[in-house]
Design a protein around this ligand. Structure first.
Ligand code: GAL
Length: 675
């Protein structure tokens, strides 16, 4: 099968189902039998099987038992269920961890972890690799062409790191391959600082935070190791099976550069557990929508929401999903490019720490629970959406959220902990969220992506510039794009070394006509921004929420200035015409509401229209298109009824609340409109 056809989710319908762990129920055949009846009742068609089943498959070293899995896969085939067959390497059998303690990770403090829990094996250990390769080979040989197997689920939520001597040696070899000589590495790491010049590779300890390049390289290395381990498994599978492979990601998990993992996948799968009760629904929604938009952008193709919770995750003992919330979460995923939504898990287990984690089938075992009914109703409606399956998302606007730049910023001493300073993805999220409020489609990309397909590009705090990126940003603008740069952009290179010659570096200072001299982090209320000759939300002054860069407009129009203190009157927002486009520099951290108003104004000038006109502020919309039809996913993030007036001919293909060109969305309610 060609690479082209190996890609992913080309079932003729949306996937709906979840993690199914029959290996935990083998002593209860009547329950397994009942599962298959209930699966039909729940309108579920697809299951991830065997995720944590290693001990059941290989009860002792080299002794295998596939009988039970043969039986389950045959039942799946008989009942028309699709399977993502998992490799079980996310959790090791006790015999493996105990017989071969070198498969257990060494923690940062130098102690050897016990084998317990999961996703805690050393990726470098030859014994681990050998055992993983053996079980994966057995599975791939046996089930590579099984008619029920529509794809492979590699391990489970890869994460973590190991500091064992083998991993450290691997790290040193990784550095050797990259830098060739110690002298080059010492220069890249600015090793003269605190006399850290290395005279032997083995002296390099990634836990020493004196040189911040070490932390950055360690994180890169962990991604390399993880991808390598994943490839060990996928290469075997690809020898025996034509079904596509994936692994389940965790949104913006900081520990791995998911774009590199994405390269090893045939299609993208993500797990998504929003806590709707912890923050304003729109805030939670923005984070989730942003993650979905990134997972779509990774292959520019639909992805799979591999895990979500139909009820209440056990690690969050608070509120149950409110009316509408469940469906809103599912349609948020589909609207933003998912071609399937699945759950963790199908049936609640009787024991273990997740026994009360929300699942489709509860301990009572019936189809009468609220959650079961909800899942079944949603599944039934999902069947009617087959025409949307595979539909594409076309975005004119993009936001950059880049792992390596974030890692560099977070590992730079002095940039953590001051007021207003972000954690991980905060700045890209704030700008994404502001743009989401403009009701447009957004691609969430990394800095090495192609910018040329967009018209409007926001670059929030892109602290590290990789080679060639500044040039591509300039090119993008000069060809007619509108570029937004914000504070903390272009300060270091790929070695986390400050760029000389004034920030933003690599030619961006001259290009945007702004020199960033320094940065202030005032407390809330200590600084304001005053607009020059225009208003946003009928106001011309706004509080600053965090960082304030002291910038000089060397060759740019000043759109806003600071209002207080010793830098009162200094520019806070600038604009410069560059070729056929414009570059804006936002030096101050502003809240989302101001940013939304600002972006609305810019988009209007660019004639980038909202996907639907006149939407209330608390409603969001996403669009997918296929075969000449546009599908609008309209979602109410408030607790009040919302009325929408639609222009043109639209068909409400999800909920019944429509009258002529009027749509009513109840609290938290969602619908889909076809144009
Ligand atoms: C996921 C994990 C699942 C299950 C779930 C519980 O992160 O992949 O196996 O533990 O969390 O919420």
């Amino acid at each position: 099968m060609s690479e082209e056809t190996r890609f992913g989710l080309e079932q003729p319908f949306f996937l709906h189902g979840g993690d199914y762990n029959p290996d935990q129920w083998l002593e209860h055949p009547e329950i397994i039998e009942r599962d298959f009846e209930l699966m039909d009742k729940a309108n579920c068609n697809t299951f991830s099987i065997g995720v944590f089943s290693w001990t059941k498959l290989e009860p002792s070293d080299g002794v295998f038992d596939f009988g039970w899995l043969d039986n389950i896969l045959n039942l799946c085939e008989k009942h028309g269920k699709r399977v993502f067959l998992a490799t079980p390497t996310g959790a090791r059998p006790a015999w493996l961890g105990n017989q071969f303690p070198e498969t257990n990770r060494i923690l940062k403090d130098g102690t050897r972890a016990r084998w317990n829990e999961r996703e805690n094996h050393c990726y470098t250990s030859p014994v681990m690799r050998e055992h993983a390769a053996r079980i994966v080979t057995r599975l791939a040989e046996r089930y590579g062409n099984h008619p029920a197997v529509c794809g492979w689920h590699i391990s489970n939520e890869f994460n973590g790191e190991c500091f064992c001597p083998l991993c450290l040696e691997r790290f040193h070899n990784y550095l050797k391959d990259k830098y060739k000589t110690l002298e080059t590495f010492n220069q890249a790491a600015w090793a003269g600082f605190w006399s850290h010049i290395y005279t032997d590779w083995s002296q390099i300890d990634p836990r020493d935070c004196t040189l911040d390049l070490l932390d950055l390289e360690w994180k890169r290395f962990i991604t390399v190791c993880t991808v390598e381990f994943m490839k060990l498994e996928t290469d075997i599978i690809r020898t025996y099976s034509q079904a596509p492979v994936t692994t389940n990601m965790m949104g913006f998990y900081n520990g791995l550069d998911y774009w590199r993992l994405a390269e090893a996948c045939d299609f993208i799968a993500d797990d998504c557990y929003p806590s709707w009760d912890k923050e304003e629904p729109l805030k939670v929604g923005a984070r989730v929508a942003m993650s979905h938009d990134m997972h779509y952008a990774m292959k520019n193709k639909p992805f799979l929401m591999m895990e979500s919770c139909p009820g209440r995750p056990e690690w969050c003992v608070r509120k149950m999903r409110r009316a509408g919330e469940f469906e809103r979460e599912m349609l948020l995923a589909i609207g933003h490019g998912a071609d399937g939504t699945m759950y963790f898990q199908w049936r609640k287990g009787r024991g273990g720490m997740e026994k009360f984690h929300g699942a489709v089938v509860d301990h009572d075992g019936s189809n009468r629970t609220m959650i079961f009914k909800r899942v079944a109703d949603y599944g039934a409606k999902l069947k009617t959406l087959a025409e949307i399956h595979g539909a594409a998302i076309q975005a004119d606007c993009a936001v950059i959220s880049d792992w390596e730049s974030r890692w560099a910023l977070m590992s730079t001493f002095g940039f953590q902990g001051a007021p207003g300073q972000e954690k991980e993805n905060d700045m890209p999220l704030r700008h994404y969220s502001a743009l989401w409020g403009c009701h447009v489609s957004i691609a969430v990309i990394e800095q090495v992506c192609d910018f040329s397909k967009y018209k409007f590009l926001i670059v929030p705090s892109l602290y590290m510039l990789k080679k060639g990126v500044a040039e591509r940003l300039i090119q993008f603008t000069e060809k007619g794009g509108t570029l937004i740069l914000t504070n903390m952009t272009g300060m270091v290179d790929e070695n986390n070394q400050a760029i000389l010659g004034g920030f933003p570096g690599n030619g961006l200072r001259k290009f945007c006509g702004v020199w960033n001299e320094d940065v202030d982090c005032p407390d809330p209320g200590e600084q304001t921004v005053m607009l020059n000759g225009f208003q946003l939300n009928e106001r011309n002054s706004f509080p600053v929420t965090g960082r304030c860069e002291i910038i000089h407009a060397e060759d740019a129009d000043v759109l806003a200035t600071y209002g207080l203190d010793f830098y009162k009157g200094y520019p806070a927002i600038t604009r410069k015409k560059a070729g056929a486009g414009y570059v804006f520099y936002i030096a101050a951290d502003l809240d989302e509401e101001v940013l939304t108003a600002f972006y609305k104004l810019l988009l209007m000038n660019l004639k980038i229209k909202p996907l639907l006109p006149g939407l209330p502020d608390c409603v969001r919309v996403a669009k997918r298109s296929k075969d000449g039809h546009d599908y609008y996913f309209v979602q109410n993030f408030s607790n009040e009824l919302q009325h929408l007036s639609l222009s043109g001919k639209m068909m409400n293909i999800w909920s019944g609340n429509a009258k002529g060109n009027k749509i009513y969305l109840g609290p938290g309610e969602s619908t889909i409109l076809r144009a």
